[in-house]
Structure formats: structure tokens, C-alpha cells
Design a protein around this ligand. Sequence first.
Ligand code: C5P
Length: 298
Amino acid sequence: MPRPEAELVGDDTATKTLIEIAYAKVNLALHVRERRADGYHELESLFVFARNGDRLTGHTTDDGHIGLTLEGPFAAGLEAGPGNLVMRAALALRDHVGEARGAAIRLTKNLPVASGIGGGSADAAACLRLLVRLWGVAIAEAELERLALSIGSDVPACLSSVTQLVRGRGEMLEPRVISGLAGRPMLLVNPGVALSTGRIFQGWDKVDRGPLVADGLDQIVTDGRNDLEQAASAEAPVIAELLDRLATTKGVRLARMSGSGATCFALFDSEADRTAAALAVYADRPDWWIMETEIRTT
Ligand code: C5P
């Protein structure tokens, strides 16, 4: 699958600096089909990506050291140590290369942490893209996807950040072009609650409500679901309030929770309706995180 191109800053010298955007991931529908023997759940999900996200900047260093610095509105919720998904991605790629390559990486954390829009996964995938280019790593697509999966279930899909049907635990990827999605105005709102993905999956009621067929937007609206909404709302009742609010705004096509929550999204036909909805939410709940964006055109 084609991957987003990193932006090159400055000249192509030893200190070349690349920028990657870690696009926010949104599950337009997320059907949970079964709990597997290994504890993971078998999913069918339509992933789309926002035009915006976190930002990774990096350059190579010749000291063999991988350094990570954090900045941005949500940096305080993270540590820069080896547990950080960006560090895990960098170390896994360096292990694959088998040489002590160095890099200095700066992560600008714009997306809320543990919020169902794949922030950590997108950061890890963006780090892999960044270092593959910076270090000039020759790695087959399938191998990079395997490495991505070892970091997290959503990381393989975030490598390409294109609209795709995702199945299995998150490793079976099928790019989709669905009319009316690319460029569609989208509002993301997080009510300020961090939820643990593992815990929300554990709260799934184990009822298989059927497969996901996602051939068009109307079908995604009428037949699609997020099977984790109930479990997430039980943990954070404010999600139900948020969904209600989004579903009743003018011009909304679809309002649903993304991933394991608590971020919810709303799709609109027009930017004007999206902006009006954003202003209305902000007027009532100025403490909630709001992002006005569009579905990424790929
Ligand atoms: O793979 P990742 O570390 O992102 O997943 C976090 C947790 O979410 C897993 O430990 C697992 O409990 C749960 N999960 C799941 N089924 C999936 C993906 C994640 O149960 N398909």
C-alpha cells in the first residue's frame, strides 16, 4: 500500500530533518465478532483517517542513540521512555536493521491520549515511516506490517493511513474507495476521559451482532455499529451524552464513537454545519477537546 510521503525540511545533507504527520484514526464502524483464544478480539472495522494528527520530526544522529522529546498540548500525559510507542517502534526497527543507528525524534502530541483515535498507534506508524526514510532501510511491506503489529493492533493500518476495511486483530487490511468519504467534513470530540482499550474490550457483552458490509456511506450509517459503545458508556456515561448531542446537531450524517472511546465523531455534508456544531459543543462544554477536520483524501 502506498505510504504518506514525509516532508523534507532543509537540504538533503547529513542533518536532513523529516516531518511525518500521525493522522488520527477514526473507526466509522467497529464490529466485534468474537473473543479469540489469545485474548484478542476478531474485528471488522472501517478505518478512515483525519487530515490532522500528531506530528513527528526527526533527524539521524551518529551517536547510535535514539532520543525522544515530547511537546504539544497532550505531551504531559506521556513519558518519553522505552514504553512510549514511538520508542518501541524505533527500537523494533533498529533491531530489524541490526546496527546501532541513531535518531533524534520530536513528537508534538496534539491528540488526546488513550482516546480511541489511535494516537499512540499512529505515532508508532509515523515513526516507522520516518526512520525507514531517514535510515534508508530496505524492508518489505509485509515485514514492516509484521513489525507494526508487534507494537499494537492498529499500527499496521496506520502505516498507510488510507480508508480501509480492517479485519482479524487488525492485521488484515483491505484499502477501500467509498464514494463520499474523502474530504468529508468531520468533527472529533473527546469528553476528557481516558479509557483503557483492553478494559473496554473486556466489557464487550460477547454478542456477535453480525458482519460489517461497508459499500457506501448510507450503508455504514444504517447497518454499521460500534460494538464497544455500550461498554465504553458504562465506564464513562458522558459518552452517551456526547453521542446524543452530536446526533442531534444540524446537518449531521453520522455520529458514533471511535475505537474503544471515548472520542466520538460526527460526519457532515458541509463545513458550515460542522463549524456550527463545533461552536455549539464548545459553548456548552468548553472543557471538551474538539477538532474540526476532514477525512483524509488518499
Ligand atoms: O494491540 P493493542 O496493544 O493496541 O491492544 C490493546 C488491548 O486491547 C489488548 O491488550 C487487548 O486487550 C485489546 N484488544 C483486543 N482485540 C483487538 C485489539 C485490542 O482485545 N483486536
